[in-house]
Design a protein around this ligand. Structure first.
Ligand code: ARG
Length: 285
């Protein structure tokens, strides 16, 4: 088994302005108050858990106008492109409530020396929340937040083969709530999130899937962060934890309950900065 070649360096955003101030997914209810102090300590807990697992965490300054900016997974798609200048494709958000994040993140990446390559303006795509690398392929989800043709654009811009899966359950509205790459053979997979064709795409892509039951999937357990052999999970259903441990992973629970109120778990709170799609070649599907 070869560990993932990415996931050792993350961009995160402190929850200074985080709250459930609008409802753009079925988990968000504005009448449910977020405890900001608890959110802050949970977020800091995630930072220390990731650092203890051997990851580096860098931080972007939060902006008051965009409370969901804490979910940096949605900033865009990062591609280190081997030795060349690194590339960043900023997200185009489906909902106006998050659209202000695009230029904030684009400016941050430009300042770090990334080439900022844009999707066509009419296409929505919510970044790593809807595009996760598995081997040399990007698995991209579409429907609730991202448009399917954006996957083709991403493939054109990054050079990586992209496989699209249609998301079918509004509770699992981003692909990173349905899919979690673990190493070069394994991934947590929530088939309830995909249509029949999407399930076949994943079956063909992942040699050894850990299939999640519907109940397990709805805990957000696939929204985990994998740092080498450590899996940092927002919730660990017992059967899933046992299987991961049987495969040799260290499973670490990390309570991010305040963020689950906004429909986000551990993965949503991070953006992997060390994804390199340079070695990827192949057809677009
Ligand atoms: N409240 C945020 C939204 O609905 C949560 C984003 C979760 N991010 C993710 N990568 N799944 O946009």
């Amino acid at each position: 088994m070869t560990p993932l070649g990415w996931g050792r360096r993350y961009l995160m955003c402190p929850p200074t302005h985080f709250g459930v101030l609008y409802e753009i997914n079925p988990w968000m209810h504005t009448e449910v108050a977020v405890d900001r102090d608890r959110a802050r300590s949970q977020w800091e807990g995630l930072v220390s858990t990731l650092r203890a697992a051997g990851a580096e965490v860098v931080v972007v300054v939060p902006d008051e106008s965009v409370p969901d900016m804490v979910f940096t997974a949605n900033a865009g798609v990062v591609n280190l492109r081997g030795e060349g200048p690194p590339q960043f494709v900023p997200s185009h958000f489906r909902f106006p409530e998050r659209q202000g994040e695009t230029e904030i993140f684009a400016a941050w990446f430009a300042a770090q020396g990334f080439a900022v390559d844009r999707l066509r303006p009419e296409l929505a795509h919510e970044g790593a929340g809807d595009a996760l690398p598995f081997l040399d392929t990007l698995l991209s989800g579409y429907r609730f937040r991202s448009d399917q043709p954006a996957a083709t654009e991403l493939s054109r811009l990054t050079g990586a083969p992209v496989r699209s899966v249609e998301l079918v359950d509004p509770r699992l509205y981003h692909v990173d709530i349905t899919f979690c790459p673990l190493d070069d053979r394994r991934a947590m997979c929530a088939p309830m999130g995909w249509d029949a064709y999407g399930r076949r795409v994943v079956e063909a892509l992942v040699p050894e899937p850990l299939w999640l039951t519907d109940e397990e999937a709805l805990t957000f357990c696939a929204n985990s962060v994998v740092v080498g052999s450590t899996v940092v999970m927002p919730v660990t259903p017992p059967r899933v934890g046992r299987q991961l441990e049987a495969w040799g992973f260290d499973v670490v629970d990390c309570d991010v309950g305040e963020f689950l109120k906004a429909g986000g778990g551990c993965r949503c709170l991070t953006l992997s900065l060390d994804v390199d799609l340079a070695t990827a070649t192949g057809p677009v599907t």
